[in-house]
Design a binder for this molecule. Structure first.
Ligand code: GLU
Length: 508
């Protein structure tokens, strides 16, 4: 979707730092980012931290860390000085390449105050002195008459001067917006025409006082002040939209376009919650998912390209994503699909790149210079098999250290019942035969092809299972692993012979 060139596209992500970056919010980031990029627009990060009690800078950091990890940077901000690496990051993130810190609402309070004063001055907002008890008794009265409760309007008609005098004198008050009793209609890019009867809303509180604006107010002001053209956010905000539109109208601002993204469900149609699935992006990062796979996966939560394709990298997404074609119906979060995608992306990365990304998932000793060659070779082998970076440690540990295994592992044929039969002598003789053959190969020629060729001569005579099973088991100490020739190439001649010797010792 391309927008008219006269009005530069500006989107924003406006998280409240009251929790870790939710995987669903990461989709909101992505859709805003994609839409801005494909329209040569700007994408803005605005931290909505006016709720001082619930906001927390650790959460802000987590949100920023997550966006940077995904590579979905914002394009603009108020303070070049705030740029730089995020100190004490919980993860190893790539260097911060952006130039700006985010906008923070807590640093913009004077802007909201100016607009609050304007609304009060124009009598579009007013001080409300109602006590909790007043409000509760009005509520009960309305309920008993079968009406949907809303603010009863006790303070609506207090004269402006009198109200200001009372507020100045320190009488507890909040600021309410005079919600006009009209029908609010807007065209949602995803949902089409949406209508709300604003007479059901009642006058809403927009600020606790002149320097403490509440969410709907600061959000509406900032979307206008920051010239946001497209508000792309979760469907859970749909009911806020008419309030924000009315506030913008009251201030003489233009209304942005809205696109409310479908909610995300688990495959059995439950709301995404920690009880069923991890919800924080950071948990997926720690689990060993790649940013490429997560981005691809998130893009398909409520959208898919016209062509029948499952794998679309970020560059293609920028070209193909269409906000208009995002579905209204809930999107299903299918973890198996994410895992599959991750496996696909792992295969496409070079082993060197994977080694780099694997750093947080493997023991430090594996990163030792002496192990570099083994590490790279082991990754080349395992990358065909693993689904997550975190799988590598368990599937590749034997390359670095032979696990202690039971001699029974060497038995061929594999025992089926309880009773264990193994001809130890025969197994040992076979391993000896193999050792001698392997020993003949020059160190410099010690690669998969040469090893395979040498051993195939033996298996032709002595049988595959009888030789290859104990060989592979002796090399890996595991029931399942890559094939013996591949393993030997990774381990090298010396270590291979050492492991065969260990196996023979177990049998003697
Ligand atoms: N601060 C709001 C939230 O975190 C977002 C509002 C919006 O995107 O408009 O839910």
């Amino acid at each position: 979707m391309t927008e008219s060139p006269n009005k530069p596209v500006r989107t924003r992500f406006a998280p409240s730092p009251t929790g870790f970056l939710h995987i669903g919010s990461a989709r909101t980031v992505l859709f805003n980012w994609l839409f801005a990029k494909q329209n040569n627009g700007k994408f803005i990060l605005r931290i909505e931290d006016t709720d001082i009690e619930r906001s927390n800078s650790d959460f802000e950091k987590d949100i920023i860390d997550g966006m940077k990890w995904l590579g979905l940077d914002w394009d603009e901000g108020p303070t070049p000085a705030a740029a730089g690496e995020i100190p004490n990051s919980k993860l190893q993130f790539p260097k911060y390449v952006g130039d700006y810190g985010p906008y923070r609402q807590s640093e913009r309070l004077d802007i909201y105050e100016k607009y609050l004063r304007k609304l009060i001055e124009e009598e579009k907002a007013y001080y409300c002195f109602c006590s909790k008890e007043d409000l509760e008794s009005d509520r009960q009265a309305m309920l008993s008459q079968g009406m949907a409760p809303k603010y009863g309007g006790r303070c609506r008609h207090i004269k402006k001067d009198e109200a200001e005098r009372r507020a100045k004198a320190g009488e507890p008050a909040v600021i309410r917006f005079r919600v006009p009793e009209i029908e609010v209609e807007f065209q949602d890019i995803i949902r089409g025409k949406v209508k709300f009867d604003a007479s059901l809303i009642g006058d809403i509180v927009i600020a606790k006082n002149l320097s403490s604006p509440l969410f709907n107010f600061s959000n509406a002001v900032d979307d206008a002040e920051m010239k946001i053209t497209h508000v792309i956010r979760g469907e859970d905000h749909l009911s806020n939209t008419p309030k924000q539109i009315l506030i913008q109208k009251a201030l003489g601002f233009e209304t942005p376009q809205y696109a409310h993204l479908p909610l995300i469900f688990t495959p059995d149609r439950k709301k995404m919650s920690k009880r069923y699935l991890e919800t924080a992006l950071i948990d997926y990062v720690k689990d060993g998912y790649l940013k490429e796979a997560i981005i691809n996966f998130l893009a398909f939560l409520g959208w898919h390209p016209k062509e029948n394709k499952d794998i679309l990298e970020i560059g293609e997404l920028v070209k193909k994503f269409e906000l208009k074609r995002v579905q209204k119906a809930g999107a299903v979060f299918n973890l198996e699909k994410l895992e599959w995608l991750n496996g696909q992306y792992i295969k496409t990365l070079s082993s060197e790149e994977l080694a780099e990304r694997m750093k947080n998932f493997i023991p430090e000793s594996w990163l030792n210079e002496n192990n570099t060659e083994i590490l790279i070779k082991a990754i080349s082998l395992e990358k065909e098999r693993i689904k997550k970076l975190s799988d590598f440690k368990e599937s590749a540990d034997f390359f670095f250290e032979l696990p202690d295994y039971d001699e029974k592992l060497l038995a061929w044929p594999r025992p089926t019942g309880e009773e264990f039969i193994m001809n130890k002598e025969k197994t040992s003789t076979n391993l000896k035969l193999l050792s001698e053959e392997i020993d003949k190969i020059f160190k410099a020629d010690f690669n998969k092809e040469n090893i395979e060729e040498a051993i195939t001569q033996l298996t032709a005579v002595w049988g595959r299972g009888d030789l290859l099973w104990p060989l592979r088991a002796a090399l890996s100490g595991k029931e399942a692993s890559p094939g013996p020739f591949e393993i030997m190439e990774v381990l090298g001649k010396e270590e291979t012979l050492k492991r065969l010797k260990t196996a023979m010792e177990k049998l003697s």
